[in-house]
Design a protein around this ligand. Structure first.
Ligand SMILES: [Zn+2]
Length: 462
């Protein structure tokens, strides 16, 4: 017999929204009421345009560079202050117990909860406020929050402080319009996405702060652009292969066994045999750019012998380590991805039985994507059409982001990425976001929330 918790977890988010909040669901506004509420909310976003831009620039001015994870508390508090003004109940959650959470670089996340009891259906909007180091090539100060010619410039302007501003002001616009939802919107701004999200979203999911038990839908406003909905991402398999040789004097190299030469043979087999196989596979997932619909293998690093040493002595390298980044598509089961690598390694060893390799896993991230026919994707797509005047393009990401934690740890399968900013500018010098895109994405997020959570009929939701 299923207990009550089972029942809740088996209900689809739509079903839960339908029976939400006991009596509240009975007063859900019809489509005319929803349309009127939507008009008011969209107008509030338009009226708040300058504030949205100013707040984005204010966040850009806090240099939350990761690594090492600077100014996290300051940025969390800046965002938390705004969440409070938007009517949310704010909580700061540090990643206690994680080694990267230190006195000099505390990992502080901030969560703002919308009003509502345990039965209230919830939409969660999450953004990461860490940014990658600025690097070279900037023509503006990366942390000045420059606004010029209709664009906001700076590290994080695109990836993804504009997304956090869009999420915040979507909630704020609904409040200012006096619209009451039959569900609630929760916000979170989190750390360390750029380094895996373990002290950020993963930590909140592990603590149960974000959980499928109460949250039906999640949107991560990563910078895919105002007319694109990102339904998921490919998988990642990072691993090291170590070639084991035998050291000898470099003048008598025939007495040794070069681990670098053996690694060379393996790299050649990957390039000429595995490479073409990967190029023939293509995912049904709409990964962008198109070339990334194929799986891939990249050699991320290679070290062997006395690599990097200024002074060299004549030695045959007895060890060579290569780090590989294998991106795989949902059509490739992970166990087969790993077995395929093992088969190639075994074949190269068979060619010369004196060769010896070992494989060590570093990281495995499985592909995730929102289910086909997800009401979340439908609501977002409809909102994009209303605001942008064109059909939404459904895409998938070549790389991973925090969606994996929402899906795998919290169990929230109806999770996508949608947010302002050209994806191509992420991590680039002179990163920027168009103000028009920021405003449009804010409207789309607000409208999506209205469609998904429903609007209360009555004096205020009229
Ligand atoms: Zn990002």
């Amino acid at each position: 017999m299923p207990n009550r918790a089972d029942e809740v977890s088996r209900a689809s988010p739509g079903e839960r929204a339908g029976r939400a909040g006991g009596g509240r669901a009975a007063h859900r506004a019809g489509s005319a009421g929803l349309a009127r509420a939507a008009d008011r909310v969209l107008a509030e976003v338009e009226a708040a345009r300058d504030e949205i831009v100013a707040f984005t620039a204010e966040m850009v001015r806090v240099p939350t560079v990761n690594p090492p994870g600077d100014c996290y508390r300051e940025c969390a508090e800046l965002i938390g202050g705004r969440m409070e003004r938007a009517g949310l109940t704010v909580q700061y959650i540090a990643a206690e117990g994680r080694t990267e959470h230190t006195a000099s670089h505390p990992r502080v996340n901030v969560v703002g909860r919308g009003e509502g009891g345990a039965d209230t259906p919830r939409l969660h909007l999450n953004g990461h406020f860490d940014v990658v180091p600025p690097g070279d090539g900037w023509t503006v100060d990366p942390f000045a929050g420059v606004v010029r010619d209709g664009r906001i410039y700076g590290r994080g302007a695109c990836d993804m402080k504009s997304g956090i501003a869009a999420a915040l002001f979507a909630v704020e616009a609904i409040r200012r319009a006096g619209v009451e939802l039959t569900g609630a919107i929760d916000l979170s701004a989190t750390v360390d996405e750029e380094s895996g999200g373990f002290a950020g979203v993963a930590h909140l999911c592990e603590m149960g702060v974000i959980s499928a038990a109460e949250t039906g839908y999640a949107i991560i406003p990563e910078p895919f652009g105002p007319a694109r909905v990102c339904v998921g991402h490919r998988g990642v398999y990072w691993f090291d292969i170590i070639a084991h040789g035998h050291a000898a004097h470099g003048s008598m190299s025939h007495l040794g066994r070069s681990a670098i030469d053996d690694m060379g043979a393996l790299l050649e087999a990957f390039r000429t045999e595995l490479g073409p196989d990967l190029a023939r596979r293509r995912s049904a997932l709409p990964v962008v750019p198109d070339a990334s619909r194929h799986p891939s293998l990249n050699v991320n690093a290679i070290t062997g012998g006395q690599a990097g040493a200024d002074t060299q002595s004549p030695c045959v390298a007895d060890r060579c380590v290569a780090t590989f980044d294998r991106r795989f598509i949902p059509e490739e089961p992970f166990e087969e991805v790993r077995a395929e690598i093992e088969r190639h390694v075994a074949a190269v060893q068979r060619d010369d039985p004196a060769r010896r390799f070992t494989i060590e896993d570093r990281m495995i991230v499985h592909p995730v994507h929102a289910p086909a026919g997800s009401p979340l994707v439908a609501a977002l797509s409809g909102a994009v059409e209303t605001v942008c005047g064109r059909a939404a393009e459904l895409v998938a990401s070549p790389g991973t982001y925090d969606q994996k934690h929402f899906a795998r740890i919290a169990g929230i399968e109806h999770c996508v990425a949608y947010g302002p900013g050209p994806l191509e500018e992420a991590h680039q010098p002179d990163e920027s976001c168009a103000v028009d895109d920021l405003a449009a994405s804010t409207q789309v997020l607000a409208l999506t929330a209205l469609k998904l959570m429903g609007v209360q009929a009555g004096p205020r939701g009229r």
